[in-house]
Design a protein around this ligand. Structure first.
Ligand code: SF4
Length: 489
């Protein structure tokens, strides 16, 4: 399959489409006598979030204002859904929302509905939209993002539904876009796109194409700009960051990108996701040696049975996985190890599942995303014969959840009585006067602030501040504490 690189020098048509859309929405705004708005709904992983930040940047450049929240969902002038086909019930969310949008389009025929994301790489979904939802204006897949203004302009010009699902893997460098970053302290920085691994349960290689690594120099210059702009945390993103550079000639590896981000001097450098087959000892050593690299490794195990790992097309054994886990534990002080596990993969026996429980105990995961297997259209495993009955999957899932919850609680309990530096994310959902933050090991902390540090009623915006929190209490999914002092002044 062809991989085409596009950079800023290719974007004359992109710019002229953007200009045409700006004029179109400006005239519409005059006609309606108000500012026009957009609403972007994002489902799924951080790569989808990163794509949405680019799409929001483009929508803003057309002169639209962002609105948020359910109430505004059907009221915005442009509604964009960035879908995910990995998470369960994604299709229910999509088609449920499309039903709701119908009334909104009846009320205002100028309203524009757009759908993109991984679900659009499943032909059945696109066909259903074509047949049953004619009021959807534009459908495109994740590889077409750098063409969004062109596609939207064409759809408006022709007043008809435009479906653009491509078969070419593009890599558009990020200086191509104006990015509307959703967090003022954290910047998401994709370092590569796509995936070559073809795990049999996963749609991503079909939806996002083959692996393409961004140029090392361009990543470094983006990171330097982000540092100058005051971002405290960067998150390096890819479906499998550890295979960065394997498909280009620069000779740079993921370790080089991680070291460069650390050298630039962010308070925190995070990354997501890692595949056990490519994680090098050098990366673990770097995590151990650098104070500003997060002490958190998310490493998807998926199953503890070698037989099931093989059926999943995961090219490692559980013994190799546990070796990495032990290495990480011994090298990275107070590190946290998290994972993904699928329960009830086709053919999973009780013995296979027991091996998963055993591996979970041995690895002692600090947290895990656990999923009940359900077939995803378009994947190899969806056609496997021996699907496990739902009641058995559900009973196994409950057993795994209980074990993992106990482990997570123990991990949180081990922090009680100690003080940690945290990066504050904002007001907590836990209750009035409580803030939420993360430790360097990515533990979620809810904390209060004594009045001598911040007087009651003072609604100072603390997002992005650093502080030292003393941990007082463990919960299954978080830890509670009290701020001792700010550490960034
Ligand atoms: S590594 Fe496997 S699970 Fe992850 S994106 Fe690639 S195919 Fe999907």
């Amino acid at each position: 399959m062809a991989i085409i690189k596009v950079d800023s020098s290719d974007n004359a048509e992109f710019l002229s489409a953007t200009e045409e859309l700006r004029e179109y929405f400006s005239a519409l705004s005059v006609k309606k006598g108000r500012k026009l708005t957009y609403n972007v709904l994002t489902y799924g992983c951080q790569l989808n979030e990163s794509d949405s930040e680019k799409l929001e940047g483009m929508l803003t450049s057309f002169g639209l204002e962002r609105v948020q929240g359910k109430d505004e969902l059907t009221m915005a002038d442009v509604i964009l859904m960035n879908t995910c086909s990995v998470r369960e019930n994604a299709d229910k969310h999509l088609f449920g929302n499309l039903g709701v949008f119908k009334n909104g389009v009846r009320e205002d025929p100028d309203r524009i509905i757009i759908i993109c994301g991984c679900m659009m790489k499943v032909p059945e979904n696109v066909e259903k939209i074509r047949k049953s939802y004619p009021y959807v204006d534009l459908v495109f897949d994740p590889q077409q993002i750098h063409r969004f203004p062109i596609l939207l302009r064409d759809s408006i010009r022709n007043s008809s539904q435009l479906i653009n699902i491509g078969s070419i893997d593009y890599i558009a460098d990020d200086d191509y876009f104006t990015i509307s970053r959703l967090r003022k302290f954290r910047a998401l920085v994709p370092i590569m796109y796509g995936c070559n691994n073809f795990c049999t349960y996963c749609i991503v290689p079909y939806a996002r194409g083959r692996e393409r690594s961004r140029d090392f120099g361009k990543i470094v210059s983006e990171l330097e700009t982000l540092k100058e702009q005051g971002y405290k945390e960067v998150m390096l993103l890819g479906q499998n960051v550890n295979s960065y550079g394997l498909n280009n000639e620069e000779g740079k590896t993921f370790k080089d990108v991680l070291a460069a981000a650390s050298d630039i001097g962010f308070n925190r450098v995070r990354f997501m996701s890692s595949h056990p087959k490519d994680l090098s000892d050098e990366v673990i050593d770097l995590m151990a040696d650098r104070d500003n690299i997060e002490k958190h490794l998310h490493l998807a195990m998926q199953s503890g049975s070698n037989r099931i790992l093989k059926l999943m097309n995961r090219p490692y054994t559980i013994e190799q996985f546990l070796d990495i886990a032990y290495k990480f534990r011994s090298r990275v002080k107070e590190g946290s190890l998290t994972t993904d596990i699928i329960v009830g993969f086709p053919g999973e026996t009780e013995e296979d599942f027991e091996q998963t429980l055993d591996a979970v105990r041995k690895a002692g995961f600090d947290a895990a995303f656990t999923f009940q297997y359900s077939p995803r259209p378009g994947t190899k495993a969806a056609s496997f014969d021996d699907q496990v009955p739902k009641d058995i999957v559900s009973a196994r899932f409950d057993r795994l959840l209980k074990l993992q919850n106990d482990l997570a609680y123990k991990s949180n309990e081990a922090r009680v009585g100690r003080s940690y530096e945290v990066l504050i994310e904002g007001i907590s959902k836990a209750g009035a006067g409580t803030y939420t933050a993360r430790t360097l090991s990515n533990h979620l902390v809810n904390f209060t602030i004594p009045e001598d540090i911040l007087p009651k009623g003072c609604l100072e915006d603390l997002e992005g501040r650093l502080g030292i929190v003393k941990i007082e209490r463990a919960r299954p999914y978080s830890i509670d504490g009290v701020l001792e002092r700010f550490s960034d002044v």
